[in-house]
Design a protein around this ligand. Structure first.
Ligand SMILES: Nc1ncnc2c1ncn2[C@@H]1O[C@H](COP(=O)(O)OP(=O)(O)OP(=O)(O)O)[C@@H](O)[C@H]1O
Ligand code: SF4
Ligand SMILES: [Mg+2]
Length: 360
C-alpha cells in the first residue's frame, strides 16, 4: 500500500495528481515512521528559526522524525541543512538567537522535552540523553585533566560518589580500547584527535543516558581513526542498548553505521527509511544526487558526479514550492507551486512529486 502523509507548509494543491494516483492513500499530517511504542524519541512538526535580515527564517521546517528504540538512526545532508539545529532541539538547547516556533519533542521516560526548564532540563541532559557535540575533539577544557572534568560533570548532576564515577569512566575507556589511567590523568593537548573523540563519547555516556546523539563524530579524523571510532560507536551502542542518532554529511559513514537513515535538505527531511532500502532504492532526487557524488558508493571515482549547485542558506531557500527545485534535474511546473507531500511505502518515506508518481 502507498500512503501519503502531508508535509507541513502550504497545502500541496499541486500534488493532487500524486495523491489521486494512490487510491488507498490516507492523509496523516502528524504521522512518524514508526508504530506506537517503537520509538524512543518522537519529533513532530518541529520548526526552529533564526533571525535574518529578511526576518525570522526556519532552519528546521516542520520536521517529523522517530528514533527507533535500540537502533542507530543516521541523519545526513550537506552543510547548513539543519542537522545540528534539529539535534540540539532534542536537548531543548537551540542556540540563541534561534527560536522553536512550533512542534514537539518527546523522549521515552522524559516526556515533552520542550516543556522542561531549569534544573529539570539540566538533569535530563546527560542523564537521559547524551550528546557528542560537533567538533567535540576541541571542546574539552584545556586547563583541567580529563578525570577532573568527568568528576565535575558527575557532580553537576548530583552524583557525588567519586568512586562510582571513576569506575564508570574506567569501564568506558576500557571498552573503547584506551588506557583509562592515562586518559584520566591527561590534558586535552596530550590526546590525539581520535582519543579526544572517544573521551567525548565517554562524557556523553557517563551518566547512563539511554539516548545518544553524535554530531559529525568522525569529521577531521584520518581514515583509520575514523574506522576505529565507528567501531567503538557500534560497540557501545550494542552493549548499552542505546538509541543512537549519528549525524554526518558523509553518506558512507551513515551507510556503514545506521540501521535507519534520514536525509535532510534545507530544514526538511526529504527521505527516510531503513538504510538498506534508501541506499538500494533512493527515491528523492537529492538522495540520488548525494549517492552519485560519493565515489565509495558510485563504485568508481571516475563515475562520481558532484551535485550541481550549492546548498542554500536560510535566505535563499525557496519560500514556495519544493525547496530542492533550483538544483533538481527532474523539476516540473507543479514543483514550483507547493511543497511535495510525504509519500509512504512500507517503512520508506520521501517528499517528491515525481518520485511519488514513480511508485504509484
Ligand atoms: N546561531 C545561529 N545564528 C544564525 N543562523 C544559524 C545559527 N545556527 C545555525 N544557523 C543557520 O541555520 C542553518 C542550519 O544550520 P545547522 O548548523 O543546523 O546545519 P548543519 O546541517 O548542522 O550544517 P553543518 O554540516 O555545516 O554542521 C544554516 O543556514 C545556518 O546558517
Ligand atoms: S521533482 Fe520536484 S518535488 Fe521532486 S525533488 Fe525535484 S523539484 Fe522537488
Ligand atoms: Mg552541524
Amino acid at each position: 500500500m502507498t500512503r501519503l502523509a502531508r508535509q507541513p507548509g502550504p497545502d500541496p494543491a499541486g500534488s493532487a495528481a500524486a495523491v489521486e494516483a494512490a487510491p488507498d492513500s490516507v492523509l496523516a499530517p502528524d504521522r512518524g515512521a514508526l508504530g506506537d511504542g517503537d520509538a524512543a524519541v518522537r519529533v513532530r512538526d518541529l520548526t526552529v528559526s533564526f533571525p535574518t535580515a529578511d526576518g525570522p527564517l526556519p532552519a528546521v521546517a516542520g520536521v517529523s522524525l522517530d528514533l527507533a528504540r535500540s537502533h542507530i538512526t543516521g541523519l545526513v545532508g550537506e552543510s547548513g541543512s539543519g542537522k545540528s539545529t534539529l539535534a540540539l532541539t532534542l536537548l531543548n538547547a537551540v542556540p540563541p538567537p534561534g527560536h522553536v516556533d512550533g512542534g514537539s519533542v518527546t523522549i521515552e521516560g522524559v516526556g515533552d522535552v520542550l516543556a522542561l526548564h531549569g534544573a529539570d532540563l539540566r538533569k535530563m541532559r546527560g542523564a537521559e540523553i547524551g550528546y557528542v557535540f560537533q567538533a567535540s575533539q576541541n571542546s574539552l577544557n584545556p586547563l583541567k585533566p580529563v578525570g577532573k572534568q568527568l568528576l565535575d560533570l558527575g557532580r553537576s548532576h548530583g552524583e557525588r560518589d567519586q568512586r562510582v564515577l571513576l569506575r564508570r569512566a574506567r569501564a568506558l575507556f576500557d571498552e573503547m580500547g584506551m588506557d583509562a589511567a592515562r586518559v584520566l590523568a591527561s590534558y586535552q593537548h596530550e590526546l590525539s584527535g581520535g582519543m579526544r573523540q572517544r573521551v567525548g563519547i565517554a562524557f556523553a555516556l557517563l551518566l547512563n543516558a539511554h539516548v545518544v546523539i553524535l554530531d559529525e563524530p568522525t569529521t577531521a579524523l584520518d581514515m583509520l581513526t575514523q574506522a576505529l571510532v565507528l567501531e567503538i560507536i557500534r560497540k557501545v551502542h550494542a552493549t548499552r542498548h542505546l538509541t543512537t542518532l549519528v549525524i554526518s554529511h558523509d553518506v558512507g559513514v551513515i551507510g556503514d553505521l545506521a540501521d535507519r537513515m534520514a536525509v535532510m535538505y534545507a530544514g526538511r527531511i526529504v527521505e527516510e527509511g531503513p538504510t538498506v532500502q534508501v541506499l538500494a532504492g533512493p527515491r528523492h532526487p537529492y538522495t540520488r544526487g548525494l549517492l552519485t557524488a560519493m565515489p565509495r558508493i558510485a563504485g568508481d571515482v571516475s563515475e562520481a558526479r558532484p551535485l550541481p549547485g550549492r546548498p542554500p542558506d536560510l535566505a535563499s531557500i525557496p519560500r514556495q514550492g519544493c525547496v530542492f527545485r533550483p538544483r533538481c534535474p527532474l523539476a516540473t511546473r507543479a514543483c514550483a507551486e507547493a511543497e511535495p507531500p510525504v509519500t509512504v511505502t512500507g517503512e520508506h518515506r520521501f517528499a517528491c512529486f515525481v518520485a511519488a508518481q514513480e511508485v504509484s
